[in-house]
Design a protein. Structure first.
Length: 170
């Protein structure tokens, strides 16, 4: 039984979203790469993105890391789960992304649910942005209570949630 548990990959993404708690220094980039593989890597404005695709749920995972520290010291600064992604994202190495939710909002939820969930917290802003070249609406908010150093985002398109993000604040 212990061997079976050890063989099962760690649930980095599912744990972060389920707890709505993301401790980036725990999620060392090299540890995640050992668990998920190298993914498909892109770099934009000093941030390295590793893309993975969960073929079973047809969802994408983007892990963001600041490029300033040496590779050994890089941490994951953001986890984004999306209903679309780049065609070259690597399939099959992540845990299932099917049940990922953020404050009760899932991919495919109506936009109104995301707006209401954000407004029940510390709502920051809502506005247009681009995600993989697609025009989407982004909602940013913080949790109520003491500052956790985390920022949450919902991405909306055509009245539905197409992305969920947990990140450290800058």
């Amino acid at each position: 039984m212990a061997g079976a548990a050890a063989a099962r990959p760690r649930q980095y993404v599912a744990q972060s979203f389920a707890k709505r708690d993301f401790v980036p220094h725990v999620y060392d980039q090299s540890e995640v790469v050992r668990a998920y593989g190298p993914g498909w890597v892109t770099v934009d404005r000093g941030v390295q993105y590793r893309w993975y695709r969960d073929a079973v749920s047809d969802r994408w995972l983007r892990l963001a890391s600041d490029m300033d520290p040496a590779p050994f010291y890089r941490t994951i600064d953001e986890m984004l789960v999306s209903s679309f992604g780049p065609p070259r994202a690597v399939s099959g190495r992540t845990e299932s992304l099917a049940a990922v939710e953020l404050f009760g909002v899932t991919l495919g939820s109506p936009a109104a649910e995301a707006v209401n969930a954000a407004k029940r917290r510390h709502f920051l802003r809502r506005g247009p942005t681009r995600l993989l070249g697609r025009r989407v609406e982004e909602i940013e908010f913080l949790a109520r209570g003491p500052d956790t150093g985390l920022i949450y985002r919902y991405f909306l398109q055509e009245g539905r949630v197409v992305g969920l993000s947990v990140a450290i604040t800058e």
